[in-house]
Every structure is written in C-alpha cells, then in structure tokens.
Ligand binder design. Structure first.
Ligand code: ADP
Ligand code: MG
Ligand code: MG
Length: 208
C-alpha cells in the first residue's frame, strides 16, 4: 500500500470534517426542534478530533488501518447516539477493506454497504424510522449503481439528500425525536441531514 493513498483518504475525510464543522449551527438548530439540540456539537467535536489526529492518522499504512484508527477517535470523541453509530460505520468500512490495500470504487461501495449494515444492526433502525439510516441506505445504493467513480459520489450525495428531505414527512419511531411522535412531522431528521452534508462534501472534494 502506498502511504500517499492514505494521505488522499485523510484529505477527503478532512473535507468532510470541515463541512460538519461549518454545519454545526444548522444541525444543532434541527436537533433543538426534534431532539436535545446537541447533534451539531457532537459532530463538530468529532470533526475537531479528526483534525487534531490528522498527522498520526495520515501516517498509517493502508485504508483499513486508517479507518480502524478513525473509528477509535470517533468512539472516544463524539457524544450522544451519533458517536457509537459513526464509530460502528467506520469500523465496518475497515473490516470490509482488511487485506485490500488499494480499494477501487467497487470495493469502497461494498465497504460502505457493510458499514451501513452494521449501523442498522447496532441501532436497530430500518428505512422509514426517520433516522440517519434514511439517508445512508439510498446513499450506499446509489454508490454501487452509478456508472463512473465520480458519478457514484455525486449520485450518492443526491440520493442521501433526497432521503434526508423525505424524513420530514415521517413520524419518527426511534431515538429522541420519537418522543415527539407526530409533532416531529415537518422537520427532517437531523442525523439524516448530517449524512447528506457529509456525502455532498465528499462528492465536492473528490469530484472537483
Ligand atoms: P442524542 O439523541 O443522543 O442526542 P444525537 O443528537 O447524537 O443523539 O444524534 C441524533 C440522531 O441519531 C438522530 O437524528 C438520528 O438520525 C440518529 N439516531 C437516533 N437513534 C438511532 C438509531 N437507533 N439508529 C440509527 N440512527 C439513530
Ligand atoms: Mg441530540
Ligand atoms: Mg444528546
């Protein structure tokens, strides 16, 4: 594995982290409406930790080692429900890429699907429950389906955004927003919006 591959991967993750930091007010405002208001802070804290660990992470030998270490950083630093779920997602990516030093688009798509399956297993959410899963599932499906590597991320971001917007019409059945029940209808799930923001940042970074 070339170290530069991990450096490029970290640059993509740093772009995603930057977007999360910028979105802190928007995500906190959404979570104030249907949750406890901390989602923006939780994710911005994770983003700052990723930045702080950048040099160490970017020096790791291959994508699987990088993602394993990243999962650990997220598990330690992100609070709330999001912490364990993001940590699980990234650990799933690492598991899938073990022994794959130079993953191509197909292997990344499979790894993403594996990570999302892990999130669903750990959190127990299915599409339609109004959670981050409603953006992740269409996102990874588009990742596997689109033609070229650049189109894939753009398609994944668009599908995740559509999935996030569609949660506004749903009555949440998991997490804090479920306490509001039908009163949460009209507000998109904050965690799903956060997923869309991250995939859009990745697509912009890698797709140019
Ligand atoms: P908390 O409710 O602990 O403050 P966060 O604010 O960190 O959690 O994250 C809230 C988001 O977590 C929700 O908007 C939703 O997308 C996601 N979420 C909550 N419960 C689950 C679950 N069981 N499975 C998947 N995602 C979930
Ligand atoms: Mg919250
Ligand atoms: Mg909380």
């Amino acid at each position: 594995a070339s170290a530069s591959e991990v450096v490029l991967l970290h640059a993509a993750v740093a772009a995603l982290a930057q977007a999360l930091g910028d979105a802190e007010p928007e995500l906190s405002a959404l979570d104030r409406r249907v949750g406890d208001g901390d989602l923006g802070i939780n994710l911005a804290r994770g983003a700052a930790a990723v930045r702080a660990a950048g040099e160490r992470l970017a020096g790791l030998p291959d994508p699987a080692a990088y993602l394993r270490a990243l999962s650990e950083v997220l598990r330690r630093e992100i609070g709330g429900t999001s912490g364990p779920l993001y940590s699980t997602l990234v650990l799933g990516l690492a598991e899938s890429l073990r022994g794959v030093p130079h993953p191509g688009p197909q292997e990344w798509a499979e790894a993403a699907a594996h990570g999302v399956a892990r999130v669903r297993r750990v959190g127990g959410a299915a599409p339609g429950d109004s959670t981050m899963v409603d953006a992740l599932v269409p996102g990874v499906a588009a990742l596997a389906a689109a033609a070229g590597p650049r189109e894939r991320l753009a398609a994944a971001a668009a599908a995740a955004r559509a999935g996030a917007e569609a949660t506004a019409a749903l009555t949440p059945s998991l997490g804090r927003s479920s306490y509001l029940g039908e009163r949460a209808v009209g507000v998109p799930d904050p965690g799903a919006v956060a997923v869309a923001i991250q995939l859009e940042a990745l697509a912009a970074h890698l797709g140019g």
